[in-house]
Unconditional design. Structure first.
Length: 179
C-alpha cells in the first residue's frame, strides 16, 4: 500500500495539528483530505505555502500561550466556597465532584473544560483544598476551594448530648447484691 506525505492545513483529531507533516494512505489523502482542503501534498512546489503555514502556527501558539498565562493569573486569584449539607458530627453528605467545581468556574466566567481539571477523586472532607487546572502542556493554574457546612454544629447541640450522657450516669442502678 502506498503512503503519501501531506501537510495538514487544519488540526485533525487522531492525525495531527495544523502545519504538521504526516504520512497517510494515498487513497485517504486523495479522496478525503485534498478535496476538503484539509491537507496539501508535501513536495518542493508547496515550499512557500508550507513555510507560511508554519509561521502562522508559531504565531498562533504564542498567542494561545499568552492567553493561557493571563487566564492562569486570573484563576490563581480565585477563592471559591462551596456550602454542603453535613450530619450532626460534621461529616459531609455526598461529595464535591469535578462537575460541581466546573459549574462554579462557569458561573465566575471561566470557560474551562472538565478534562482540564485536576481532581482525581471527589472531595469528601470539609476544609480548604487546592484545585489544579491544566491550561496547556506548560501551564498549570491552581486556586483555593473552601468547603464549608450549610448547617454548622452549634455548641448547644454538643452540650445537650453531653448532658444527656451525664443524666444516664447519675441514675441509680440497683446492684445485684441488693437482691
Amino acid at each position: 500500500m502506498a503512503n503519501s506525505e501531506v501537510l495538514l492545513l487544519e488540526a485533525i483529531e487522531g492525525l495531527g495539528g495544523e502545519g504538521d507533516s504526516v504520512s497517510v494512505k494515498a487513497g485517504y489523502a486523495r479522496n478525503f483530505l485534498f478535496p476538503k482542503k484539509l491537507a496539501i501534498p508535501l513536495n518542493q512546489g508547496n515550499r512557500k505555502q508550507i513555510e507560511a503555514l508554519r509561521a502562522a502556527k508559531e504565531r498562533r501558539i504564542a498567542e494561545e500561550l499568552e492567553a493561557c498565562k493571563t487566564l492562569a493569573e486570573k484563576i490563581a486569584q480565585l477563592n471559591l466556597t462551596v456550602a454542603v449539607k453535613t450530619g450532626e458530627n460534621g461529616k459531609m453528605f455526598g461529595s464535591v465532584t469535578s462537575a460541581d467545581i466546573l459549574s462554579l468556574l462557569k458561573e465566575k466566567g471561566f470557560g474551562v473544560e472538565k478534562k482540564h481539571l485536576n481532581v482525581a477523586q471527589p472531595i469528601k472532607e470539609l476544609g480548604a483544598h487546592r484545585i489544579g487546572v491544566r491550561l496547556s502542556a506548560e501551564i498549570l493554574a491552581e486556586f483555593d476551594l473552601e468547603i464549608v457546612s450549610e448547617n454548622p454544629i452549634t455548641e448547644s447541640a454538643a452540650d445537650t448530648d453531653y448532658s444527656a450522657e451525664a443524666r444516664i450516669s447519675d441514675v441509680d442502678v440497683p446492684s445485684e447484691d441488693a437482691q
